[in-house]
Design a protein around this ligand. Structure first.
Ligand SMILES: [Zn+2]
Length: 381
């Protein structure tokens, strides 16, 4: 059995180089996992008395494990020590066991099928066929964490692909070898898997689902261990701020947010209605030409535009409108707009904008809004 399976907690190992080329090293033995089962390959260093090389990854090729290397100092000799990026590897071991527990929890509760997994040290992705709700995921999370707490040892053994039992999670279409490795969490899950795991479920610490999303498959983003704990604390602190600062009953936060969002939508609609129906423009009339304008800072600009267009259906005029919060000024006219008038102001003030025919839009920073608005009024009146 390979050493990363036999001794998954080994962080350093004395080795001999048995093959070497410009890019890769092959050792007589190794603790660098070459990746597989959704788990990325390990990284680490190869260090000797007079040299140091980075091993960014390893890969399996024709039954051999090839270690990519990048020399940092000295000249590589045939003997040295492999030192694993242990924190990363241990995080991946926890993640991998977390994935087995989480997936089995979901499958035990809901009608879903495993698709694939992408393990990373900080957050991982589980893809399933099927659909589950936010409340469903909470139930699965509870089950998963109860398995973590039970501190069940993991067992690893090999079997033939033909004799594999029905309760083993396996993608036979993806298995290349006759012999398969089975990872068992006793009484809970059996899975054909080539990955590196922790020795007991409690080592995972905690499992937390960060998000769920329907893509081609159903995507579940999850965290484990320290990362999960930090994320939960961070979120709990945000919630605490909400209920303390706004004096909301903690259990009613969701309801309160929902209500205020609904109210906000209603206010937006009302504002649009008011802006498009009751709103009055101011008028400058010179030499028989009419210039309407509005720079009311709280107007709904789409509502104002609707009102302006309606007005121009019935009379010959130009309308200039905008509100400083949107940082835009609009010019709408019943006739073609003289672009030369606008161009000059834009050039002098280094502004961006554009338009065609009887419509023009200029982007204006809030602090310049009043000044530019007044200049446009002067030009057009
Ligand atoms: Zn696995």
């Amino acid at each position: 059995m390979e050493l990363f399976y036999e001794e998954p907690y080994l962080r350093a190992l004395d080795v001999n180089v048995i093959e070497k080329n410009e890019e890769y090293l092959i050792f007589d033995k190794t603790i660098i996992y070459p990746g597989g089962g959704g788990q990325p390959p390990d990284s680490g260093y190869f260090i000797g008395d007079s040299f140091k090389a980075r091993i960014p990854f390893a890969k399996r090729e024709n039954g051999k494990i090839l270690h990519k290397y990048e020399l940092i100092e000295g000249k590589i000799s045939d003997h040295g020590k492999i030192v694993l990026d242990w924190e990363r590897r241990y995080a991946l071991m926890k993640m991998h066991t977390a994935e087995h527990i989480l997936y089995r929890s979901i499958e035990n509760l809901f009608n879903v099928k495993f698709q694939k997994v992408e393990l990373h040290e900080n957050e991982s992705l589980l893809f399933i066929n099927g659909n589950i709700s936010i409340d469903d995921i909470s139930r699965a999370e509870d089950l998963a964490n109860s398995i973590v707490e039970k501190n069940i040892p993991l067992k690893f053994y090999y079997g033939n692909i033909e004799d594999v039992e029905d309760d083993v999670r396996i993608r036979k279409d993806r298995i290349k070898n006759e012999k398969i490795r089975i990872v068992e969490i006793e009484g809970f899950d059996k899975s054909a898997c080539s990955g590196i795991h922790v020795k007991s479920t409690s080592e995972v610490g905690i499992i937390f689902v960060k998000s769920i999303k329907k893509s081609d498959f159903f995507e579940i983003k999850f965290l484990s261990g320290e990362t999960a704990k930090n994320f939960i604390f961070e979120n709990a602190r945000i919630v605490r701020k909400l209920y303390l600062n706004y004096n909301i009953d903690q259990s009613k936060i969701e309801e309160k947010i929902f209500n205020s969002m609904t109210m906000n939508e209603k206010f937006k609609k009302d504002l649009f209605e008011i802006s498009s129906s009751m709103f009055n423009f101011q008028l400058i009339e010179k030499n028989g030409k009419k210039l309407y304008y509005s720079d009311f800072p709280h107007a709904d600009i789409r509502g104002v535009e609707k009102r302006a267009r309606k007005m121009l259906e019935n009379e010959k005029a130009t309308v200039i409108y905008g509100n400083e919060n949107d940082e835009k000024i609009f010019i709408l006219s019943s006739e073609l707009i003289d672009k030369e008038l606008i161009k000059k102001i834009m050039e002098e003030n280094n502004l961006k904008g554009g338009g065609q025919g009887n419509y023009f839009l200029i982007a204006v920073k809030k602090e310049n809004f009043k000044k530019i608005f007044d200049e446009l009024l002067k030009k057009f009146s």
